[in-house]
Design a protein around this ligand. Structure first.
Ligand code: 3PG
Length: 207
């Protein structure tokens, strides 16, 4: 297991974040770090993503920080410049994967069927995101693919407090991703105490 996989496996849950204001990133990182989830997948779904990652990295050098929803090489460069530990993409794009490999940056691309798993394996990958997990068949689909392929999965998309333990119980699952523990409105409205309660609850559920 790589160091990255081991760190994710220890955390069990990776908060997927869409942050609109990079000035809120340090406080958000503090809430995550102090309540048992010192990690973040900051999605490039907002303009603020790269700066938010940079701010988190400067304030919390030890935090595990990834870039999510990375769709092309330009965003890979932006994420690496900002200081990420890993990159996640919603789908399997061989061009983006190869570019990450060229830059020696771990990438966890999204797959949701056997053909995509095999294409990812052909590029030497064995750590994949299963996305969107619930609409793609959820735990049953994951179990079927686990029986066949020697890869590890991070299910994301529809994972919730109600099903996270079922996903984590699947042998190939090393961690789950999700937005449920970091609702955008709590970040936007700076409701840090409520966010802290939510993060702590999640950390306890998967502990
Ligand atoms: C992602 O970007 O990985 C997903 O949007 C997260 O899915 P969720 O909102 O259902 O957790």
């Amino acid at each position: 297991m790589t160091t990255l996989n081991a760190r994710m496996a220890e955390l069990k849950v990776i908060p997927v974040i869409a942050i609109k204001d990079a000035d809120k990133a340090v406080k958000l990182a503090q809430v995550l770090s102090e309540n048992g989830l010192p990690c973040a997948e900051v999605t490039f779904r907002t303009e603020a993503a790269a700066q938010a990652i940079r701010n988190m990295r400067d304030a919390f050098p030890e935090m595990l920080i990834g870039a999510g929803t990375v769709l092309n090489a330009e965003q890979v460069d932006q994420a690496i410049d900002a200081g990420v530990d890993f990159i996640v993409s919603p789908g399997f794009n061989p061009t983006t994967v190869k570019y990450c490999q060229q830059r020696e940056m771990p990438i966890i691309p999204g797959v949701n069927n056997p053909s995509m798993v095999e294409q990812a394996m052909e590029l030497g990958l064995n750590t994949l995101k299963f996305f969107p997990a619930e609409p793609s068949g959820g735990v049953n689909m994951l179990k079927a693919m686990t029986a066949v392929y020697p890869v590890s999965f991070m299910p994301t998309g529809g994972v919730s407090p109600a099903n996270v333990k079922d996903y984590l119980a699947v042998k190939s699952v090393f961690a789950c991703g999700g937005t449920w523990m970091v609702p955008g409105n709590l970040i936007d409205e700076e409701r840090w105490d409520e966010l802290a309660v939510l993060v702590k609850e999640v950390a306890n559920v998967v502990a």
